[in-house]
Each structure stands twice: as C-alpha cells, then as structure tokens.
Write a protein that binds this ligand. Structure first.
Ligand SMILES: NC(=O)c1ccc[n+]([C@@H]2O[C@H](COP(=O)([O-])OP(=O)(O)OC[C@H]3O[C@@H](n4cnc5c(N)ncnc54)[C@H](OP(=O)(O)O)[C@@H]3O)[C@@H](O)[C@H]2O)c1
Length: 250
C-alpha cells in the first residue's frame, strides 16, 4: 500500500468525489480525516472505511468559516498519529443560472467555498506541513479552463483555483510542499445522475470526445499520482481528466 503511515485530509468528503477519494486513500493505507459540514454522513463513511479495514476520522469543518477551519485543524493535529502530509481540497458547490440573474449572495455562495474556502484550507494545511512537507491537491474543473452558459460563478471560482494552485506552488516549493490541481470533466455522481440520463445530459455526453461520462474511479490513477511520491518533481501542474472534453473541436 502506497500511503502506509501517511495522514491525509479530504474536504467535501460527505458525498460524491470526496467520499470516493477518502475511501481510495484509506484503501492505500493512509489515516484519512474526512471533512465536511454533515457529520452524520462523515460518520457513515468512517464506519464504511473501518469495515473495509481502513482508518477514517470524521472532521466537521465549514471551509467558508475561518474559525471552523482553525478549530478543525487543531482537532486533526491532536488526533493524528503522524504529521499531516496529504490534503485533497475538494469541497465545492455549483449553481446554474444566467449571469444576468445571479444575485450577489449566490455569487458569493459559490466563490466562498470554491475559492476562499480552498485557500483557507490550503493555508492551514501548509502551516501544518511546513516542517515535514507534503502534497496538496486542489480539485478544480475543466470549467476553470473553458466556459459553459449559466456557470459564470462556478467557472470563475475554478479558474481562480487553478491560478491559486500555481501561486501557492511557487511560494511553498521551498517548504517541500507541492501544490497541484486535478481538473475533472463531467463525472457521474448521485447528484447529477438524473441530469445525465435526460436528453440534455445525453446531448452533452455526445460532445465529449470519448463519448462517455467519467466515473469516479477514472480519477483514481491521477489522484494517487498527485498524492504520492510518484509525482515528487511535479508542482503547479493542472491535470485534466475529462475524456478529451477540453480538446473537443470548436
Ligand atoms: N461531479 C463532477 O462532475 C465534478 C466535475 C469537476 C469538478 N468537480 C468538483 O469536485 C468537487 C466535489 O464535487 P461533487 O460532484 O462530489 O459534489 P457534491 O457531491 O455536492 O460534494 C460536495 C462536497 O463539498 C462539501 N461542501 C460544500 N460546501 C462546503 C462548506 N462550506 N464547507 C465544507 N464542505 C462543504 C459538501 O459537504 P457538506 O454539504 O456536508 O458540507 C460535499 O461533501 C467540487 O469541488 C466540484 O466542483 C465535480
């Protein structure tokens, strides 16, 4: 197991991609702190990982609240069997609405977790990792590099996260902290399954060069690459995992 003895934090672990990432890192031997706001879902995940022979500890954290982030890191450091060295900055939300109709609070409701929250978690992580180094993986999106209608706030937040990844990689390389981003394309989860089964969803899938939706397991290899020493000379990189969606013809 590649991550034996390592301590990892996955934010947004109460559902979707984050839940899968937590299970993946635990299956590779890491002690995983699973963070989000919904404690019951985190406890269920910890039980599931425990039954599979892994170790997962729930960590309640609202990434938009600096106090909550500080408290959660304090708790993590008290409970962790070794220094934190892997962080998957995955918590995020999406809202779909025409830009002309987006109220200010909705704009902030997307930018706040996706960009500010990611920064707060990255900063707290780097403070925790600055003596021993580590790897930080920001979960961006192909919408950080291209655009789609009705997703201005989301696309802006993910573009910001990609640029933040590069800025932090530059500042923290001397500390032995690598910062990279994974940019998934459309990945099937419980929340979007119905949409992708609809006519509109099927039309979207038809525009993906590989002609299929991504599955969470399609992210395993790239995530493990970025979380392990296999990527020791990589920092500031953005890896798209999208069935070729970013290179689809114009
Ligand atoms: N699914 C895709 O196709 C896709 C594609 C590209 C990128 N992504 C990115 O992948 C990440 C996960 O997406 P997903 O599809 O798995 O969505 P999801 O199932 O809705 O999961 C989002 C997670 O973020 C957490 N979260 C939201 N706001 C939070 C806050 N203020 N503080 C702490 N945690 C918060 C949620 O937990 P709580 O509600 O319990 O706090 C939940 O665990 C997101 O960053 C998303 O942009 C997804």
């Amino acid at each position: 197991m590649q991550l034996n003895g390592k301590v990892a934090l996955v934010t947004g672990a109460s559902s979707g991609l984050g839940q899968h990432f937590a299970m993946l890192l635990a299956a590779q031997g890491a002690t995983v702190f699973a963070a989000a706001r919904r404690e019951t879902a985190l406890e269920a995940l910890a039980d599931r990982i425990g039954l599979a022979g892994g170790l997962c500890l729930p960590l309640v954290m609202d990434v938009t609240d600096p106090f909550s982030v500080t408290e959660a890191f304090h708790c993590l450091q008290q409970k962790a069997p070794a220094p934190l060295s892997i962080v998957v900055n995955n918590a995020g939300v999406a809202q779909t609405r025409a830009a002309l109709d987006v109220p200010a609070e909705e704009w902030l409701g997307v930018l706040s977790p996706n960009l500010t929250g990611s920064f707060l978690v990255a900063q707290a992580s780097a403070r925790a990792m600055q003596s021993g180094g580590g790897t930080l993986v920001n979960i961006a999106s192909i919408l950080g590099e291209r655009v789609a209608k009705g997703l201005a706030a989301y696309a802006a937040s993910k573009a910001g996260l990609i640029q933040l990844t590069k800025a932090l990689a530059l500042e923290w390389a001397p500390l032995g902290i690598r910062v990279n981003a994974l940019a998934p394309g459309y990945i099937e989860t419980d929340l979007n399954r119905d949409f992708f089964a609809s006519d509109a969803g099927q039309r979207l899938i038809a525009r993906i060069p590989q002609r299929r939706l991504g599955q969470v397991a399609d992210l395993d290899g790239p995530l493990m690459l970025l979380c392990s020493d296999q990527s020791r000379y990589m920092t500031g990189a953005v890896i798209a995992v999208d069935g070729g969606h970013l290179v689809s013809g114009l």
